[in-house]
Design a protein around this ligand. Structure first.
Ligand SMILES: [Zn+2]
Length: 66
C-alpha cells in the first residue's frame, strides 16, 4: 500500500488532499482546475471540429472568398 502520493509534475510528496495529483505549487503553475477543465473541453471541441471539419472549411472558404 502506498500512502504517500507524489506530484506527477515535480515529484514532490503530496501532503493531505491533492487535486489532480498535483502539489499546490504546481496547481498554481498549471492554473486553476477550471482552466484544466477548459483545456479538456477544448480538446473535445477540437475533436468535434475535425469531425465536422469539411463543413467548417467550406463555410470558411466562402467567407474568405468574399
Ligand atoms: Zn508539483
Amino acid at each position: 500500500m502506498e500512502k504517500n502520493k507524489k506530484c506527477w509534475a515535480c515529484k514532490r510528496t503530496l501532503v493531505g488532499d491533492s487535486k489532480m495529483g498535483l502539489c499546490p505549487g504546481c496547481i498554481n503553475d498549471y492554473g486553476s482546475i477550471g482552466a484544466a477543465a477548459a483545456a479538456l473541453g477544448l480538446a473535445v471541441g477540437g475533436r468535434q471540429l475535425v469531425k465536422h471539419g469539411g463543413k467548417i472549411i467550406k463555410v470558411a472558404t466562402k467567407i474568405i472568398k468574399h
